[in-house]
Design a protein around this ligand. Structure first.
Ligand SMILES: *[C@@H]1O[C@H](CO)[C@@H](O)[C@H](O)[C@H]1NC(C)=O
Ligand SMILES: *[C@@H]1O[C@H](CO)[C@@H](O)[C@H](O)[C@H]1NC(C)=O
Ligand SMILES: *[C@@H]1O[C@H](CO)[C@@H](O)[C@H](O)[C@H]1NC(C)=O
Ligand SMILES: *[C@@H]1O[C@H](CO)[C@@H](O)[C@H](O)[C@H]1NC(C)=O
Ligand SMILES: *[C@@H]1O[C@H](CO)[C@@H](O)[C@H](O)[C@H]1NC(C)=O
Ligand SMILES: *[C@@H]1O[C@H](CO)[C@@H](O)[C@H](O)[C@H]1NC(C)=O
Ligand SMILES: *[C@@H]1O[C@H](CO)[C@@H](O)[C@H](O)[C@H]1NC(C)=O
Ligand SMILES: *[C@@H]1O[C@H](CO)[C@@H](O)[C@H](O)[C@H]1NC(C)=O
Length: 825
């Protein structure tokens, strides 16, 4: 293992420097303290590479700390690891951990899982934390910080300098509340060399002091640490201090995310005495983001990151640079300007000049005041420097770190609790107007989808998500749709996102136009549908689609992220659906075949989406174009209904119909609609019935190459069902898997859906219920005859009462007897 050696060396160095002040205990050789607060014995965590944590009830470090050990009452499923999060130490009065340490600089990481601990309510926790004299947190409300950031757990990282041989960490419950308490789940201490106080550039208005030095004992809090253009790096892969490096793309402004790349295989990363290998791991220097190959585009945009920060503090910003690809080996091939908060802090930045050659690592530090009372966002931007006439008009960045600095001359590092996003905010007055303002200033963050991004503009107390993996699993998706607003994109943004409508990015073509995959701001992948220009009909459908999707949001409807109407364009931007359409997984495809259960789940999801459309809104919506190419699948194969261009609102209740010209797709038409021009919700049910047969049989709904009686899937399936030979035309891939009970209920349901007369068809609600029953019957096939099976029958049975019951009593009895007397499969 590389880092313990490094750390031992550092210890020795620190010892020499401190002239042997501390009589070190042998147990501290590793210089790492990992304390699982409230826990006992030793346990490995599940997520940072299985590091071993000492329980603080049995550890040598904390015999006198006081407080009570407690366990979280509830384990959130997105919690990345039991250790150290599930146990905590609770303090109702000021209490201090005294860690024997070697004097010097160290990372101090505090782990919090805001949850109820026995009788201690989650909302009562409010406390200060001080390290020695330095106030790290004040009136800290962990639950609010977690809510505001939409994570279930928080890891805060500080770098502190301790001159004595003990680090005293004090937890003090807020005095202004009687019931308040303090808690902590985990404490990690890792020694480091003095990595921050060497030459920095102090930016003060127009004046830049090039040889500024930070005070040796300054306290810092990590705000951001990015492996720019590369993947997240977890603590175990860091070069020494168990730092985590995140993906920077969520913080990139606008659609100008540039291009990412990694080093040419012949390039090796070289560290220097000025840039030792612990500065950043290989992978940080070995990957980069640049502006792109097109000089003209590069001159017209700034590669910009927007980083929300606490007001009233100074920040240390560290840029990591390394040229890693040929042909850039010489000075003045690629030079660029660096801006912080719109101010030029570096002109003519030339990485080769600064580092001494290709593959050589370099970093540059700047200290800047985030002055002004309403500034919450730090802007960091790169732009080619044309003054020096470099060979390439481009810029490059490999890594970026941002640290909040202790206010000079004070002992404070604590910011405010981050205000909650508006939809969660119980007390709106707590949201500073500046935060609201900044939200408007960056429309980019509003529509980017998840709460984790949303919070960025509001984030003022810093929260570091240490592991990208962890961060993702910590991320709650339940409020995904609450804050999403449709955004108006400019045509230029769309052009950038689709690389000028690059043919290679086309993922779908149709009469309406093409669908491209693309990336918008922060690297979010989207599907971009560009409708053919100038078509009146297209325009109408475009408007309908925007209207529909802005008003109706549901987990089983595809989400509209935005649209573009510039220059007569009609462009819609959707969530990207990695698995494409349902049809792509049924036939005529190289995709692996879906299992029967996956198909059932997809049908259930689609039915939920349609049911929502029919009933979730006041008047109800008829989709009018239900088919397997309009059912999309996300990364988890969850179904999302798409394409609302033909949708119509019902004007009345269930009996309502809309007279209209026939539109829709051949093979899925409701015959009643076709003949009588009567459009009802049952028209969607009919089409959905056809979808059910398509899913079961995996063949096109119309296939003119087949004998006449087989051309229409619906007619052919009905006649097979009539003759009791439907099983013969079931997709062979699922024939074995599907259980007889499930098969029967499913085929009966499909048959009812495609009934000639709309009155004979079930409602979407009935369809949904029966599909769910079908799934249960499939699920529990392995243990037929268990008493609980009766409940299922009961459900179907009670369903019979409803006017559009799907399953006849006879059919139920057959199912029942099947379950009671299972036949071999
Ligand atoms: C070292 O450890 C021993 C017991 O393990 C303890 O008595 C002693 O105080 C420790 N010394 C320091 C400097 O922490
Ligand atoms: C912490 O924040 C939450 C959410 O804003 C709030 O409900 C709770 O009352 C706060 N607790 C304290 C002690 O301020
Ligand atoms: C507890 O600590 C806080 C802040 O550190 C301090 O203001 C307060 O006086 C302390 N209370 C007691 C009883 O020592
Ligand atoms: C806090 O406790 C004191 C004395 O026990 C009591 O007088 C006061 O009303 C309490 N305040 C609140 C807000 O409960
Ligand atoms: C850093 O360099 C030292 C030698 O200077 C070496 O012993 C150590 O393994 C290196 N660490 C890493 C993480 O590469
Ligand atoms: C930088 O400039 C942009 C637009 O020119 C503006 O929106 C933004 O607020 C500025 N940022 C700062 C930190 O001043
Ligand atoms: C890049 O940012 C700088 C500083 O904010 C600004 O002066 C310049 O106009 C920007 N350039 C472009 C092309 O946006
Ligand atoms: C089906 O299985 C699930 C999970 O094993 C169980 O919860 C459910 O009660 C079962 N239902 C029936 C009707 O057997």
């Amino acid at each position: 293992m590389a880092f313990p050696i490094l750390l031992v060396k550092l210890t020795l160095l620190a010892l020499l420097l401190s002239l042997g002040l501390a009589a070190d205990n042998a147990s501290m050789d590793s210089c790492i303290i990992l304390l699982n607060c409230g826990g006992s014995n030793q346990y490995d965590d599940d997520d940072s590479g299985g590091r071993t944590w000492d329980g603080d009830t049995t550890s040598k470090f904390t015999p006198s700390v006081g407080g009570v050990a407690a366990s979280a009452t509830y384990r959130d499923p997105s919690l990345p690891s039991m250790v150290p999060y599930m146990t905590a130490r609770i303090f109702t009065s000021n209490s201090t951990y005294s860690f024997p340490i070697t004097p010097g600089r160290m990372f101090l990481r505090l782990y919090f899982y805001p949850a109820a601990y026995g009788n201690y309510a989650v909302s009562d926790a409010s406390f200060a934390v001080t390290a020695g004299n330095l106030v790290l947190l004040n009136s800290f409300n962990a639950s609010q910080a977690a809510m505001a950031t939409n994570y279930v757990c928080l890891v805060l990282e500080f770098s502190v300098y301790v001159s004595s041989s003990s680090l005293d960490l004090t937890f003090a419950p807020s005095a202004y509340l009687n019931s308040s308490y303090a808690f902590v789940n985990g404490i990690e201490i890792v020694h480091t060399p003095d990595m921050f106080i060497a030459d920095t550039r102090f930016v003060n208005g127009d004046h830049i002091d090039y040889a500024f030095q930070l005070p040796a004992d300054i306290g810092l809090q990590t705000m951001y640490r990015f492996n720019v253009g590369g993947q997240a790096i977890s603590p175990k892969d860091d070069s020494g201090f168990y730092r985590s490096w995140d993906d920077d793309s969520p913080y990139i402004f606008g659609a100008g995310y540039g291009v990412t790349y990694s080093r040419d295989s012949s390039v090796t990363i070289m560290y220097t005495p000025a840039v030792p290998n612990y500065t950043a791991p290989f992978d940080v220097y070995g990957t980069a983001r640049s502006m792109g190959p097109d000089a003209q585009i590069n001159l017209n945009y700034n590669l910009t990151w927007i980083l929300p920060v606490d007001v009233g503090f100074s920040y240390l910003i560290r840029f990591h640079f390394c040229e890693i690809q040929y042909p850039i080996t010489m000075v003045n091939q690629r030079t660029f300007n660096i801006y912080i908060n719109n101010q030029t802090v570096e002109q003519d930045m030339d990485v080769i000049f600064r580092s001494g050659g290709i593959g050589r690592a370099a970093y540059m530090d700047y200290v800047i005041m985030a002055s002004g009372s309403d500034q919450v966002d730090m802007w960091i931007a790169l732009q080619p420097d044309i003054a020096t006439k470099p060979q390439f008009y481009d810029a490059i960045l490999n890594g970026l770190e941002v640290f909040k600095l202790q206010v000079f001359g004070t002992n404070n590092l604590a910011g405010f609790n981050p205000p909650l996003p508006e939809y969660l905010d119980v007390n709106p007055s707590r949201v500073p107007s500046s935060a609201r303002k900044s939200k408007d200033a960056i429309p980019a963050t509003i529509f980017s989808g998840g709460c984790a991004l949303l919070l960025i503009t509001f984030l003022s107390t810093c929260v570091i998500y240490r592991w990208n993996k962890v961060a993702k699993s910590c991320y709650k998706t339940d409020c995904e749709h609450l804050e999403v607003e449709s955004h108006h994109f400019s045509f230029a943004e769309i052009q950038l996102a689709t690389k000028y409508f690059d043919e290679a990015l086309i993922i779908g073509r149709g009469g309406f136009g093409n669908v491209y995959s693309g990336k918008i701001d922060r690297g979010i992948k989207v599907a971009i549908k560009r409708l053919n220009q100038g078509s009146q009909q297209g325009f109408h459908e475009f408007q309908t689609e925007i209207g529909m999707l802005c008003n109706f949001r549901h987990g089983h409807l595809v989400s509209l992220i935005g649209y573009c109407k510039d220059k007569n364009e009609m462009i819609l931007v959707y969530d990207y659906m990695p698995h494409g359409t349902l049809r792509d997984h049924l036939y005529g495809t190289r995709n692996p075949s879906l299992s029967w259960k996956q198909r059932l789940n997809i049908c259930i999801g689609a039915a939920r989406g349609l049911h929502y459309l029919h009933t979730g809104t006041e008047q109800g919506i008829i989709h009018r174009d239900v088919k397997t190419t309009n059912i999309l699948l996300d990364d988890k194969l969850m179904a999302k209904i798409s394409d609302f261009g033909l949708s119509k609102a019902c004007t009345d209740t269930d009996k309502a119909h809309v007279s209209t010209a026939v539109k829709g797709s051949f093979g899925y038409f409701d015959p009643e609609y076709f003949l009588l021009r009567r459009l009802t919700k049952k028209s969607d049910v009919y089409s959905f019935g056809v979808v059910l047969f398509e899913v079961l049989c995996a063949r096109p709904v119309i296939n003119t190459e087949l004998p006449d009686e087989q051309v229409s899937l619906r007619d052919w399936a009905l006649s097979c069902l009539e003759k009791g030979v439907l099983k013969k035309i079931v997709d062979p891939c699922i024939k074995e898997e599907i259980t007889p009970e499930c098969f029967r209920i499913f085929s009966e349901l499909a048959k009812k859906c495609v009934a000639d007369r709309s009155i004979d068809r079930p409602s979407m609600d009935d369809v949904l219920q029966n599909l769910e029953v079908a799934l249960t019957l499939q699920d529990n096939s392995s243990c037929p005859g268990e008493p609980s099976s009766l409940q299922i029958i009961g459900l179907v049975h009670s369903d019979k009462a409803s006017t559009h019951s799907v399953i006849s009593i006879g059919a139920q009895e057959e199912i029942f007897s099947d379950i009671m007397h299972p036949k071999g499969r």
